[in-house]
Design a protein around this ligand. Structure first.
Ligand code: IFM
Length: 733
């Protein structure tokens, strides 16, 4: 990291405890610990383990065939940070005022300061330092340092686990689909205890998962309950590790120094390949670093787990993974840490059996449809118009596979995982779509579909979906040929023929795209423009987000967008649209978009930057990059908005720097610098090279930090990038 960057309490606008717990949470892709107040209990007890969930039945008033029967909910574990502190008269320090918090993004260390008071209003100070192990991902260490204030006697601390039932945030009777539900079938028990350590087990009755965690002191002689004297020494400290058995069922203790070292070295490496910095705007620079930090903390790195919509920072959306991963978060990993991108795609591969079953349930004999929302890959959404019908997800996964392959040429991945997924998703689209006649031409269409915009559902020919499906067919065709040539045996094993690939190519050429003649723009779907525009002028501010105040059917009959839809396709496929149409399209859809979804603004920012509308690009970016620090969506306490974190990287790299990979596979950038910044700089990993790209007013400097020479296109001119730094002056300089 270029300089140490820390997030402090003053950088966060909402002091609501739930909000701070999420914002200052620590995670390592395996588990996450919300920064709950260690003394006072919190609404969300806050330890979440990636992939650790419980089933509960979904009850429908009116069910139908193949509606999912069971829900999955991520399980909140007992609070690892909890400590009880007593005075020498058996009173307890039950009040705890947060004074400051500081999260060091260069090494992952969280430092907090509290003032504790007992019923006699006597106070002591408590400083808390914690870190999560980023390499041995089963360990978390926390150190409490106490300092005498008005209270100067002995204190007694108790660090045994408190096994109270972890609460869900809501009951099942709340109208907010973004929340989680309460679980009644979780067992928490102490399985071993002595003076020096305590082991508890958390098990789920239905999903049959079990986790054992052990708390022990920093030193071999540290007791979990002990007396410390603030009379003899004005400052005393005590530390604990909480560790979990590893995958093999072994438990070998770690110490705090190692946890901190593993955290610091991980962050050093992560920033080395993936730092993005803004010069001349410290506030946005801090927010951008923070977002990338939290994105990394949330990401499963083992091929078995993924990224939940709220990461490991809160139980919102029940811990489910959505299309958010492939469209908003994987790009950052593809271009900074492709190994992790691969693991995320392998997770999808590991859910293929569920996806095949789901496709059969939808009546197609071939292909696979991945789950719209799930933890383990099994579809769990009870509301199919905004989930199963959003089958662009298959195309989104294919898009990510295509980008990963283009940026790595990882043949092993293509052979073992990638092509099979492309094949199965292309088959699904082939089977689920339909041939039709339009204006005397034979076209391929998709009916009864929901695009990314969740305020429009079950329409025909959603433009975005049709583009994603077309890309899916093209990828299956092209990468199928690559695999057939490079590894005919692997190709042959998949039961696919050249004829089948040719069919994909043919469908791709004939896919229908709705177009609006009046406005000369791509139409979101076949009937979008026949609807009235939502009565924005009559909608009071407090009726947003619309989803919490209006029945879906009421919303569906209007032209109103929750989030970027057609314009997202424009961003993903820049070669399909010219500048004039893009500008018309952006203007039209922007006016009817509420951004009620956190997945929207980053796309509008990136696109506006590409169009050179820097005022808009900057304004959308400011909202995007600080979304959770300002609680813009009003629900950060349920967990951070992970897709938006990835979206802020997209805004800078694919928006302001205009980075894209051309259809010929070349890296291209078209820099646009907002006047508010002195410049910005980022690193990219591309086909084994590490590049450092620095954009300041009038000059783009590209350094090949590592790897072989390559070509790069800047502002539509091709350059050879060799070891020496390439400096390109912008036009007019
Ligand atoms: O996947 C998104 C969806 O696009 C909008 N609603 C929230 C989901 C989870 O982030």
């Amino acid at each position: 990291m270029t300089k140490d960057i820390k997030l402090r309490l003053k950088d966060v606008s909402s002091s609501n405890p739930g909000n701070l717990e999420a914002v200052f949470s620590l995670g390592n892709g395996h588990f996450g610990v919300r920064a709950t107040n260690p003394i006072e209990s919190s609404a969300v007890e806050g330890t979440l383990v990636n992939g650790f969930f419980e089933y509960s039945p979904i009850t429908y008033g009116e069910a139908a065939a193949y509606y999912p029967k069971r829900n999955e909910t991520i399980v909140s574990l007992p609070n690892l940070r909890k400590i009880r502190v007593f005075d020498d008269g058996h009173g307890e320090f039950t009040h705890s005022k947060l004074v400051d918090m500081q999260l060091d993004l260069s090494n992952g260390k969280l430092v907090e300061e509290y003032e504790l008071s007992n019923d006699k209003k006597q106070t002591i100070k408590m400083n808390v330092t914690s870190a999560i192990d980023q390499r041995e991902v089963h360990f978390y260490g926390i150190e409490y340092a106490f300092e005498a204030e008005t209270y100067k006697g002995d204190i007694y601390i108790d660090k045994n686990f408190v096994l109270e039932e972890a609460k869900g945030e809501t009951g099942d009777d709340i109208d907010d689909p973004r929340k989680t539900r309460e679980l009644k079938s979780i067992k928490r028990e102490v399985v071993a205890t002595d003076d020096l350590s305590q082991t508890i087990a958390i098990s789920t009755a239905e999903s049959k998962q079990r986790i054992e965690i052990t708390a022990y002191g920093f030193n071999d002689e540290s007791h979990l309950s002990t007396k410390l004297s603030l009379a003899d020494e004005p400052k005393v400290s005590y530390g604990f590790i909480v560790g979990e058995k590893n995958e093999k069922g072994d438990f070998a203790k770690e110490d705090f120094a190692t946890i901190k070292e593993n955290s610091a070295s991980f962050w050093h490496d992560t920033w080395q390949n993936g730092e993005v910095s803004i010069a001349g705007n410290d506030e946005l620079n801090l927010a951008l670093h923070y977002n990338i930090f939290q994105l990394n903390q949330a990401t499963g790195r083992d091929g078995k787990t993924n990224i939940a919509a709220k990461g490991l920072t809160g139980p919102g959306y029940e811990g489910h993974t959505f299309w958010d991963t492939e469209m908003y978060m994987i790009p950052y990993f593809i271009y900074t840490n492709p190994e992790i991108a691969k693991k995320l795609l392998v997770y999808r591969y590991n859910t293929l059996d569920f996806a095949r079953t789901r496709a059969r349930e939808l009546g197609v004999n071939q292909g696979a449809l991945f789950a719209w929302r799930s933890i383990n890959g099994e579809e769990t959404s009870a509301y199919y118009p905004a989930s199963t019908a959003a089958y662009h997800l298959d195309g989104d996964i294919a898009y990510a596979i295509g980008n990963y392959y283009q940026a790595t040429h990882d043949m092993e991945f293509l052979k073992d995982y990638g092509f099979e997924m492309l094949l199965e998703t292309a088959r699904f689209f082939r089977e689920f779509g339909t041939w039709a006649k339009k204006d005397g031409k034979t076209v391929f269409e998709f009916h009864t579909v929901t695009g990314p915009d969740e305020y429009t559902a079950m329409v025909d020919n959603n433009y975005f979906t049709n583009r994603m499906a077309q890309n899916n067919f093209n990828l299956a065709y092209k990468l199928g040929l690559v695999l057939m040539e490079k590894n005919p045996e692997a190709f042959g094993k998949l039961g696919v023929s050249i004829e089948e690939l040719e069919v994909f190519k043919d469908i791709a050429e004939k896919i229908y795209f709705p177009f609006n003649d009046e406005y000369q723009i791509n139409a979101q779907d076949d009937t979008f423009f026949s609807k009235a525009i939502w009565p924005f002028d009559e909608t009071p501010k407090d009726k947003y987000p619309l989803l919490l105040h209006y029945h879906p059917l009421n919303i569906y009959r209007y032209q109103v967008n929750k989030q970027a839809d057609t314009v997202l396709a424009d961003l993903l496929f820049p070669e399909t649209i010219d500048d004039d149409q893009l500008s018309r399209e952006f203007d039209y859809y922007e006016k009817i978009t509420t951004h009620d979804s956190s997945l929207s603004r980053s796309i509008f920012s990136a696109l506006a930057a590409r169009m050179g509308d820097m005022k808009k690009a900057y304004s959308y970016f400011s909202d995007t990059v600080r979304m959770d620090l300002t609680d813009l969506q009003g629900n950060t306490e349920d967990g951070l908005h992970l897709a938006n974190l990835g979206g802020s990287w997209l805004s800078v790299v694919q928006g302001f720097a205009g980075m894209q990979v051309t259809s010929a596979g070349e890296l291209k950038i078209i820099p646009h610098l907002p006047i508010e910044w002195d410049g910005f700089e980022f690193r990219i990993v591309f086909n084994g090279r590490l590049l450092n790209i620095n954009i300041i007013d009038g000059k783009t400097t590209i350094k090949l930090v590592d790897g072989q020479p390559m070509n790069i296109i800047v502002d539509n001119k091709s350059y050879k990038l060799e070891k020496a730094t390439l400096e390109i002056l912008s036009k007019g300089e």
